[in-house]
Design a binder for this molecule. Structure first.
Ligand code: FA5
Length: 346
């Protein structure tokens, strides 16, 4: 089909004004690209008129050529201008989102907080201090004498197997319990004595939901005249009431430890499952928390205390397990896993 030049003029103008309108109303870069293809694309738009030009007389060809060029330049300028407005809008969005108020004061260092075990330890230190107990510390690398012999556990005694021990090449060991601090307390202060000794202990055992190789205990000891099981039970009840601030179900059963006679295990009904059974209590409903008893006369004798004159009670609270019960933590490994997202909850 051959268009007359006046029709060609009009068609070019129509395409130009239609395309300018479409460019002006483009809302997205995709809209704009579609308008560009329609106006300047290889197969359509102004290019289709170029083909017609070849058929025109030379002077008309020149005029229409100039018309097409002008239209092309107008459209390209309009597209460029529209693109600039998109770029500006995108920049403004980014500037809004990334805006920084440099006049604000710096946030300062993040404040930490106490680990749940430390919190309970400090509460118990305060409680026992108020009851006249000294808070003692002892070495984590212990002698065999203080960890075992002085506690009525001579070499070859089967009770040594109750606590798998990390032995050091020096012949010393990583203390398996806080009980050696009892011995150090008796050696240093003699009777009468009221002491507690919180601290870290180590056992070479496999780890599971309720067993760690490194955990915390809190040892307690009272040596005086005429100390009885009634005193022991009173202090254990006071301890649990202070920590749980509510009634907890406990049971006392006979327990064997060479350094006490009689010996007891005070178990607490599992607060993770309410006693119905879970991995923490090994499905038994009870958690071993507080072994205790009256100090064995041999232990007093070994530390030069006359068992005819003095007697006492001792206990070895599982502080890490107590923290689990108090805060409802169902896996002991989380306490020392170092994951701050976990610890920040307490
Ligand atoms: C002892 O360590 C005795 N020294 C306790 C004692 C002291 C008895 C004074 C009598 C007089 P036992 O091995 O049961 O006992 O550990 C004491 C407590 O530590 C347990 O009741 C338990 O709460 C905790 N415990 C033991 N092993 C682990 C472990 N692997 N991970 C976490 N807690 C543990």
């Amino acid at each position: 089909m051959m268009l007359s030049t006046s029709m060609l003029d009009r068609s070019i103008q129509e395409l130009e004004s239609r395309s300018l309108a479409r460019i002006a109303s483009a809302k997205t870069r995709e809209d704009l690209e579609a308008a560009r293809v329609e106006a300047l694309g290889r197969k359509g738009g102004l290019n289709q008129f170029s083909k017609e030009m070849g058929k025109l007389p030379p002077e008309e060809r020149k005029r229409i050529g100039a018309l097409l060029n002008a239209a092309k330049q107008n459209l390209e300028a309009a597209i460029e201008a529209r693109e600039r407005t998109f770029a500006e809008a995108a920049l403004n969005v980014r500037l809004d989102a990334e805006w920084l108020d440099l006049t604000l004061p710096a946030p300062g260092p993040r404040r930490g907080h106490l680990h749940p075990i430390t919190r309970i330890q400090r509460e118990l230190e305060e409680l026992f201090s108020s009851l006249g107990f000294a808070v003692l510390d002892g070495p984590e690398v212990e002698t065999e004498y203080h960890n075992f012999d002085a506690l009525n556990i001579p070499p070859d005694h089967p009770a040594r197997d109750m606590q798998d021990t990390f032995w050091l090449e020096s012949g010393n060991l990583l203390r398996t319990h806080t009980s050696p601090v009892q011995v150090r307390g008796m050696e240093r202060f003699g009777p009468p004595l009221r002491m507690i000794a919180p601290g870290r202990v180590f056992r070479n055992e496999s780890v599971d939901a309720s067993h760690e190789h490194t955990f915390y205990q809190l040892e307690g000891m009272m040596i005086d005249r005429d100390v009885s099981v009634a005193h022991l039970i009173y202090f254990m009840k006071t301890l649990l009431a202070a920590i749980f601030k509510r009634d907890v179900t406990v049971r006392l059963r006979p327990g064997y430890f060479p350094f006490v006679e009689p010996g007891f295990e005070l178990d607490i009904q599992c607060l993770i499952c309410g006693g119905s059974g879970c991995p923490v209590c090994k499905q038994s409903g009870w958690v071993e928390l507080l072994p205790c008893g009256l100090v064995h006369p041999n232990v007093l004798r070994m530390s030069n205390i006359d068992p005819e004159q003095w007697n006492g009670f001792a206990f070895g609270l599982g502080l890490t397990r107590l923290a689990m019960m108090r805060y409802g933590i169902d896996d002991i490994r989380q306490l020392q896993g170092g994951d701050l997202r976990f610890l920040e909850q307490f």
